[in-house]
Design a protein around this ligand. Structure first.
Ligand SMILES: NC(=O)c1ccc[n+]([C@@H]2O[C@H](COP(=O)([O-])OP(=O)(O)OC[C@H]3O[C@@H](n4cnc5c(N)ncnc54)[C@H](O)[C@@H]3O)[C@@H](O)[C@H]2O)c1
Ligand SMILES: [Zn+2]
Length: 256
């Protein structure tokens, strides 16, 4: 690799995050191009310039903002994607629907999918609109963390055996419960989300075998990153999210 080289990441979110992080740091940064081949990478991880790697201590603890020069998503590559990976990626599409596109929430939660290209385009559009307004997560970009405060903790406690999208599905339902408990979400929203996700054969509850204390502890890592307070992005209704909600340990425990 030389200063003028371009790195090409061909694959899912893991490949893109890692190749992008390599591109951000090798020779203090070279150009890169992202060619995502999973639903998740197309609608989410390839966009927004976040690159990095997970450490045993938690998700995304090393990384850099280093946007690719080009993102090229060809839905035809999805033909070979295993069903479980397709479904896991659709969890992030549901998230984008919840944030800003009720029609997309419906489309993503009603398999089988007749037109994946359309779903990918609409899923990408939600994220692009958000990151154009707030590229460095000073405000509205935090909406994209919906389901992720709980989801990342669950993903870590599962030893990364749960797929990212599966953990986020669990996280979205738990956080919607929390939002209802705090009077932020309309009542019944958590159930609507859980029904949608179970139609897609995604998990909607924290596995019984999973230690609740360990999940709370994993969430402390987020707290450290945020200097003491975890601020949640919470759903209000399908298509609307509020960000920056401070949640006490007590409320969180009551809700889940
Ligand atoms: N950078 C960001 O902003 C961001 C956002 C969301 C998620 N992520 C990260 O993305 C990762 C998850 O990405 P993912 O869901 O794409 O998982 P992944 O990259 O692990 O891919 C899933 C599996 O599918 C295989 N695969 C990929 N494309 C294929 C294809 N077209 N046909 C057949 N097999 C194929 C891969 O080899 C892998 O085994 C997580 O680590 C998550 O933290 C990053
Ligand atoms: Zn995610």
């Amino acid at each position: 690799v030389e200063r003028t080289s371009t790195i090409v990441a061909l694959g899912g979110g893991v490949t893109g995050d890692l190749a992008g992080f390599a591109a951000a740091t090798i020779l203090r940064g070279v150009r890169w191009v992202n060619v995502p081949t999973t639903i998740l990478a197309m609608v989410d991880s390839s966009l927004g310039g976040k690159t990095g790697a997970d450490l045993p201590q938690g998700k995304n603890l090393v990384g850099a903002f280093h946007p690719p020069a080009l993102v090229l998503a060809d839905p035809e590559t999805l033909a070979s994607l295993p069903e479980a990976e397709l479904v896991s990626g659709m969890a992030e599409v549901v998230k984008h629907g919840l944030i800003a596109d009720p029609g997309l929430f419906e489309l993503a939660s009603r398999p089988p999918y007749a037109d994946l290209g359309r779903i990918v385009r609409r899923g990408m559009a939600v994220k692009v609109r958000v990151i154009e307004v707030d590229p460095y997560e000073r405000g509205v970009r935090a909406a994209l963390n919906l389901g992720h405060t709980v989801g990342h903790a669950v993903e870590k406690v599962s030893d990364y055996k749960l797929r990212h999208g599966e953990a986020i599905a669990i996280g979205m339902v738990a956080e919607a419960r929390l939002a209802e408990h705090l009077g932020i979400a309309e009542s019944g929203l958590a159930e609507t989300i859980a029904e949608a996700l179970s139609r897609m054969a995604l998990p909607t509850a924290i596995p019984v075998s999973m230690d609740r204390g360990a999940i709370a502890q994993a969430m402390q890592m987020d707290k450290k990153k945020a200097a003491g307070v975890v601020r949640f992005a919470l759903p209000v209704t399908v298509g609307e999210v509020v960000t920056g909600v401070e949640v006490t340990d007590f409320d969180w425990l009551e809700a889940v």
